[in-house]
Design a protein around this ligand. Structure first.
Ligand code: NAP
Length: 243
């Protein structure tokens, strides 16, 4: 049996990714930080699908917490076959008013976390001689977005990181890719003002927001055997919002 670890899987996109990879037959590690009730619901739903699931509380921005999480995963399930770097936050604001701690928090949770998770998962994947790493970038990491210098920088950073690591570890049969969602209805986007939401939705060629299923389909594909010759790729799932 293979194992998939999804960071930030208690709710939103990460929860759907965990359920979808369980459908594909993976045992699942649900990483979370705050939402204890949400993770419990996610684990129970995964177990109903006939695979094993554990939840691990760890702040992905913290190097040593991530090291312990990867160790616990391998001790419990024997391998880490798929790592999905999904956890992310926003602290939006115009640069002129952005606090230093809001810049640092977004870079640490969104980007440093990807370094932390890869740094501690890749040695296991190298020993296994296979692995799939999929990181959640964003349309704004490609296009830029006013009011999101911190968030856009973190997501653009993930793209550079992905391509570099893909070059480093391709020879070890480990693929490294990113998915760049557009606007997806989740607790993260629920926080947007109604007018801004309408404007975004009206600008999308396919005339709808993305669903968590749209993103899970892309991640399941990149984790699958069919994607074994794809690495260093950024797969946009954005309804044509940015081309
Ligand atoms: P969400 O609903 O806000 O969920 C975020 C998840 O990240 C939660 O499970 C949360 O865990 C976890 N998390 C936050 N900080 C963490 C930390 N320090 N350590 C561990 N886990 C942490 O967000 P979402 O909309 O599903 O977004 C998921 C990913 O997709 C993010 O990387 C986001 O940037 C990206 N994305 C989203 C959209 C969109 O339109 N929604 C578009 C493009 C990209 P707790 O429950 O413990 O708080």
């Amino acid at each position: 049996m293979s194992t998939a670890l999804i960071t930030g899987a208690s709710r939103g996109i990460g929860r759907e990714l965990a359920l979808r990879l369980a459908d594909e037959g993976y045992d699942i590690v649900v990483n979370y930080l705050f939402e204890e009730e949400d993770y419990a619901g996610t684990v129970a739903e995964i177990e109903k699908k006939g695979v094993k699931a554990i939840a691990i509380k760890a702040d992905v921005s913290q190097f040593s917490e991530v090291e312990a999480m990867m160790k616990q995963t391998v001790e419990t399930f024997g391998s880490i076959d798929v790592l999905v770097n999904n956890a992310g936050i926003t602290r939006d604001g115009l640069l002129a008013r952005m606090k230093e701690e809001d810049f640092d928090a977004v870079i640490n949770v969104n980007l440093k976390s990807v370094f932390n998770c890869c740094r501690h998962a890749v040695p296991y994947m190298m020993k296994q001689k296979h692995g799939r790493i999929i990181s959640m970038a964003s349309v704004v990491g490609l296009s830029g977005q006013g009011g999101q210098t911190n968030y856009s920088a973190s997501k653009a950073g993930i793209i550079g990181f992905t391509k570099s690591l893909a070059k480093e570890i391709g020879s070890r049969n480990i693929t490294v890719n990113a998915v760049a969602p557009g606007f997806v209805e989740t607790p993260m986007t629920d926080a947007m003002p109604a007018k801004a939401r309408e404007e975004v939705l009206g600008s999308i060629p396919l005339r709808r927001g993305g669903t968590v299923k749209d993103i899970a389909d892309a991640v399941a594909f990149l984790a699958s055997e069919q994607a074994s010759y794809i690495t260093g790729h950024v797969l946009s799932v954005n309804g044509g919002m940015y081309m």
